[in-house]
Design a protein around this ligand. Structure first.
Ligand SMILES: [Zn+2]
Length: 105
């Protein structure tokens, strides 16, 4: 996973080369969904592939960043009427667990 235009392998610091596109289904507020194209790169040194993730998404997540952050901050709840297509409670709990695990000790 890479987030910037620095095309350097996060595993070995090798040079990355464009390797095509891959689709990602994204879930937005209000029940809207879309399929977007993510750039894919291959490391010329270790041959690992990496996807370039836009700032509006988190790695390995289909919901857009502001929805996940909205649930983590308490702005959104499953009872929030403005967001009728909310993620299931198990998904929200998983976000909280992953968030707590990512906090520095
Ligand atoms: Zn590499």
């Amino acid at each position: 996973m890479i987030f910037s235009n620095e095309l350097i392998c996060p595993k070995c610091k090798g040079k990355l080369k464009f390797y095509g596109h891959i689709t990602r289904n994204v879930k937005y507020g209000g029940g809207k969904t879309d399929t977007i194209l993510l750039e894919r790169y291959i490391c010329m040194k270790c041959k690992a592939t990496h996807r370039k993730i836009p700032k509006t998404l988190f790695a390995f997540k289909h919901y857009e960043r502001k929805i996940i952050l909205g649930f983590l901050s308490g702005e959104f709840t499953i009872f929030n009427l403005e967001y009728e297509d909310y993620p299931c409670e198990a998904t929200i709990q998983k976000w909280f667990i992953e968030y707590k695990q990512s906090l520095p000790m």
